[in-house]
Design a binder for this molecule. Sequence first.
Ligand code: PEP
Ligand code: MN
Length: 327
Amino acid sequence: MIIILDVDASTEELERDLHDKGYVVHTLKGDTHVLLYVMGDTTELESRALNAHDGVVDVIRTKEPYRYVNRPLPKERPLRIGKRRFSEMTPFIIAGPCAVESAEQIAKIAATVAKAGAHALRGGAFKPRTSPHSFQGLEREGLIHLRKAADEAGLYAVSEITDKEDLSFFEEHVDIIQVGARNMQNYDLLKALGKAKKPVLLKRGFANTVEEWLLSAEYLLMHGNPDVILCERGIRTFDSATRHTLDLNGMLYAKQITELPVIVDPSHAAGDYRLVEGLSKASIAAGADGLMIEVHNNPFQAFSDGAQSLKPKRFEKLMRAITAYTE
Ligand code: PEP
Ligand code: MN
């Protein structure tokens, strides 16, 4: 880390502070500025706090603020979903309705997405909806329907957790625990999921930077869960033509920093079923490790996110279309 101060600023107090914290500091005095080169693990130092010192003009990080997400993945302990290695299933395809609406609905969709080649069935049971008047999900009953439908179709089950009190119920009923965009920075939940016995799918918040997203993954890893899958799901931009803007830059940038798998959710990014196949092809061609796609047998009747849900036939077409980019 490099701390830049005004040339006439006193550096003694800052140097002493840093020294007391165990850092080695080299000081270089120039004509207009003084530079403090701070050596050691500076992940704990907050640029903002350093900026508050008298005379500090700028703080430049020369290293990324991560200790865990940028490490090579342990070869001896590969990520497994159920009993299978994740790497044997890429691109890993998660498909299903936004929400579990009934036992019949989820069973029907499970059968169709399995036939089309999906690996996992999604379905929200605890739905964090923008409006409290919207459908909130079937909660635990929904997870039971999801598990049964997934088992009957030979699929893994994925669902979103919103409260750490439900963790053991999730561990029993799903193969991957999803953290939604709205909870990406719910640090209490992340710490609890660090202790979870199941892999976590961490969606990027729609107003969060890649660095914040990776720091949320850092919480999961640091608290003991090495099994993390990242999911880019679109960010909020100035353009309201589509629901969000799929940030493939962010997906690729994340993959440069971490070896954790990164998948893409084009459904929430677009908010429009017509864009989903194209965005899926682009994501897989760019190197995403998988996709999460909303599929509904009757999108017009869907309790949530019908406009972005694919009918089974369109999902089958998407699955055929992406094979061109996977070889
Ligand atoms: C979802 O996957 O149904 C969902 C609510 O997504 P997000 O958290 O990305 O908005
Ligand atoms: Mn949804």
